[in-house]
Design a protein around this ligand. Structure first.
Ligand SMILES: [Zn+2]
Length: 392
């Protein structure tokens, strides 16, 4: 097959063509000898361990395992847990039961789905926790291969982003894509005309956001555009790093000048290389909306898949914990406890009851129930973040 882009087709991924070759080689060797391999494999996080995980990417794992003779159990997407339980035992995020041959060669693809998506949804949730009610939008797809832009957008959205910039990503999550105006339109038409076109295009009820830093100083451009369009919703500052001496103070100054001239209704949106650690400061300075790009995609988790049981007998490699497991969480204090899979509930030291977070999604390859929509998963994230703030 001729590839125009350096990306795999869905058929190639399903067929295990994106797997590391050693699976293919050893499985072929194994099937030529007398080999019986009904196994349980679990997925745990090896790192980073200093942050909680908003688990996502499960939708794609389900797609790759569907119709294969396996059972799949997992923590639902949008659930936030630490990678280790309260005693330091690894948390099993996902468990597959079946003949090793039925799914072993898909390990690389499955881990890839989880590492990247969970990294993005977690980062997005960490932003949400800092910004609270303040809206932020994912502009992260331009730093990633276009083939995965819908995944980037979906993960950012379910992690807490208010919207995403990608057309296809937004379509797949059932939301309208979010965009303001590019610098290029100001370069092509000049500021005045570009602002006018942008405001007209937004229409009477659309959100009117204009980018003001293409040519002019932020303060004077803000005052000019505010006098031209007093009912603007947002001005956006995408100030280049070379002009940023102190971005927070720039925001303060623009806010002051707008307020002094009774433009309190015009809010300030900021974007451009923003990281988690910048946000609190910029919010306090007066930023009321954020566009987050590159940093959204830079923090993947290291998930791994390991056999923990063979033909009913606990067995795993050095450094891992053997036996099929559940992960219980206290409904009251959110404490986590990794337990053998024979244990489905328990009681916590705090007096609360502990319930199993792992749900079965596939029984012998057949889907159990309807899968949550991205919006429902995002709502789960919001509930989880609330209890995270309250209890941990
Ligand atoms: Zn408890």
């Amino acid at each position: 097959m001729v590839h125009k882009f350096n990306s795999a087709t869905e058929a190639e991924i399903l067929d295990g063509r994106t797997s590391d070759v050693y699976f293919e080689r050893s499985l072929n060797a194994a099937s030529s000898v007398d080999y019986e391999g009904k196994v349980v494999s679990e997925f745990t996080v090896s790192g980073p361990l200093d942050t909680w995980v908003n688990f996502s990417g499960l939708d794609e794992v389900i797609s790759i395992l569907k119709d294969k003779p396996v059972n799949l159990y997992a923590i639902p997407e949008g659930t936030i847990v630490n990678p280790r339980d309260s005693k330091g035992i690894p948390v099993p995020f996902m468990r597959i039961e079946g003949e090793y041959e039925a799914f072993g060669r898909l390990e690389t693809a499955m881990i890839g789905f989880l590492c990247q998506s969970s990294g993005i949804s977690t980062y997005s949730s960490r932003i949400r926790l800092i910004l609270k009610e303040t809206p932020f939008y994912s502009f992260g797809i331009r730093r990633m291969h276009p083939a995965i832009s819908p995944m980037v957008d979906r993960a950012a959205y379910i992690g807490g982003a208010n919207g995403v910039s990608g057309i296809l990503g937004a379509e797949l999550i059932g939301e309208q894509p979010v965009g303001t105006m590019p610098h290029s339109i100001a370069l092509l038409m000049g500021d005045d005309k570009a602002w006018q076109v942008t405001v007209e295009k937004a229409g009477k009820n659309g959100v009117k956001t204009v980018l003001i830093d293409t040519f002019m100083d932020e303060k004077f451009a803000a005052l000019k555009v505010a006098s031209m369009f007093p009912d603007l919703d947002y001005i956006r500052l995408d100030t280049p790093s070379s002009r940023r001496g102190n971005f927070a103070n720039l925001i303060r100054e623009v806010r002051w000048e707008l307020d002094l001239r009774s433009h309190q209704n015009i809010k300030i949106m900021v974007s451009g290389g923003l990281k988690l650690e910048d946000l609190q400061n910029l919010k306090e300075a007066g930023a009321q909306a954020f566009g987050i790009g590159t940093s959204m995609t830079l923090h993947p988790f290291d998930f791994s898949m390991d056999i923990v049981e063979i033909n009913g007998t606990p067995l795993t490699k050095r450094g891992k914990f053997s036996g099929s497991k559940n992960i219980l969480r206290c409904e009251r204090c959110m404490k986590l406890r990794t337990v053998p899979a024979s244990v489905a509930e328990g009681s916590c030291e705090c007096g609360g009851s502990m319930i199993n977070l792992l749900r079965q999604f596939l029984r012998n390859g057949k889907m159990l129930g309807n899968y949550d929509t991205p919006r429902q998963i995002r709502e789960r994230t919001m509930t989880e973040l609330e209890s995270l703030q309250a209890d941990r």
